[in-house]
Design a protein around this ligand. Structure first.
Ligand SMILES: C[S@@+](CC[C@H](N)C(=O)[O-])C[C@H]1O[C@@H](n2cnc3c(N)ncnc32)[C@H](O)[C@@H]1O
Length: 343
């Protein structure tokens, strides 16, 4: 290790590969903050894997095709978070029939399921993101990632800018657990790398980065105090002190208006809020930067500033994209047939 920049690089290296993690199946109702996620999901999955129930499944899903991420809900497919009934192996689990699930419950389930799809920006995309956003910030302040997954963005934020604190909130328990494990590993690597430093370094030395000269060695040394992870629903997260709120919101399209409403009413004036893929249309959020797809990241990034005085009433959701339902049905049936053939 020649310099503190090498220490930082070794810490950042610990954050690689999260997008490929093995997804853990959800095995218990109530382990999930979403009520009945498992029972409703298994009712759907049982129709998905039973050809005699494909017509019923199509009929129930069709009115909600506009909120499905992809063609069929990701959770019920083989890579999804729902176990098969055999994998569940719980004799006390009471299976629901799809006919016992109301349309309202079903729509909410589809939205929740879509929001759990996992993805991460690459390190290069995050580098581009912070290079674009940090010049808009003053040192200090509080970074928040809503839906923080395995913690890559929270930890990258702490290594990229002198935020006073960086916190993430994640709803899926195993992801929260993995974020904490990765955090501990990163701290260990950071400590070992500091111990191997050849040249002496002082807390007030600058860790020189293209977008800030304010990140000091002491910020890296204080990394454990500056970083935290919580398990829970983003809608319960306190953003009242935030200076930058990050959302990898590509799968949050059907409730982006709810997030915008929370930001406009709960984030402090001047706070920056960034979203991916979906715009936030709200009078309390002013667009300050649009980073089109393929400039910073594979998708569009929007950066807003919290402006004006609320409280604002909740706005209706803007009509979402409605797929061609005949085409949707053809693709959905193809997926169902392929899944049943592979069992
Ligand atoms: C696309 S991933 C992004 C992870 C992380 N922010 C990143 O960019 O590397 C979105 C994450 O949000 C989580 N999530 C979805 N809905 C949530 C909610 N209501 N509250 C907290 N986390 C949520 C998902 O479980 C998932 O881990």
């Amino acid at each position: 290790m020649n310099s503190v920049l090498d220490v930082r690089a070794a810490m950042l290296q610990c954050l690689e590969g999260g997008q490929y993690h093995a997804r853990e199946k959800i095995k218990q109702n109530g382990a999930q903050p979403y009520t009945d996620f498992l029972s409703i999901g298994l009712a759907l999955k049982n129709c998905f894997t039973n050809p005699a129930k494909h017509d019923e499944l199509i009929a129930r899903l069709k009115p909600h095709a506009d909120v499905i991420i992809g063609v069929l809900p990701p959770g019920i497919q083989s890579q999804g978070l729902l176990p098969t009934t055999e994998e569940l192996a719980d004799p006390n689990f009471k299976l629901l029939q799809l006919k016992d699930v109301s349309d309202e419950q079903l729509r909410k389930w589809i939205v929740d399921d879509g929001s759990l799809v996992y993805g991460e920006l690459t390190s290069e995309e995050l580098h581009n993101y912070f290079a674009a956003v940090c010049p808009l910030l003053t040192p200090g302040g509080h970074f928040v990632d809503l839906g923080s997954g395995l913690g890559k963005v929270v930890m990258t934020a702490g290594l990229n800018f002198p935020f006073e604190t960086c916190k993430g909130i994640e709803i899926v328990p195993y992801r929260h657990r993995m974020a904490q494990e990765r955090y501990l590993h990163l701290l260990k690597v950071g400590q070992e790398s500091f111990n191997q430093l050849q040249a002496p370094t002082k807390p007030e030395d600058v860790v020189s980065l293209p977008w800030t000269t304010e990140l000091l060695v002491q910020h890296l040394l204080n990394f454990p105090k500056r970083t935290s992870f919580m398990m829970g629903d983003m809608f319960t997260c306190d953003v009242s002190q935030a200076s930058l709120v990050f959302l990898y919101s590509t799968c949050f399209g059907s409730f982006i208006h709810k997030i915008a409403h929370k930001m406009a009413n709960e984030a402090p004036e001047g706070c920056l809020v960034s979203s991916t893929t979906h715009v936030m249309n709200h009078p309390g959020l002013e667009l300050v930067k649009h980073l089109p797809a393929k400039t910073v990241a594979w998708t569009d990034v929007f950066v807003y500033k919290r402006v004006g005085t609320g409280p604002w009433p909740e706005l209706a959701q803007i009509a979402s994209y409605l797929p061609n339902l005949d085409e949707w049905e053809v693709k959905a049936r193809e997926l169902m047939v392929a899944a049943t053939a592979s069992v």
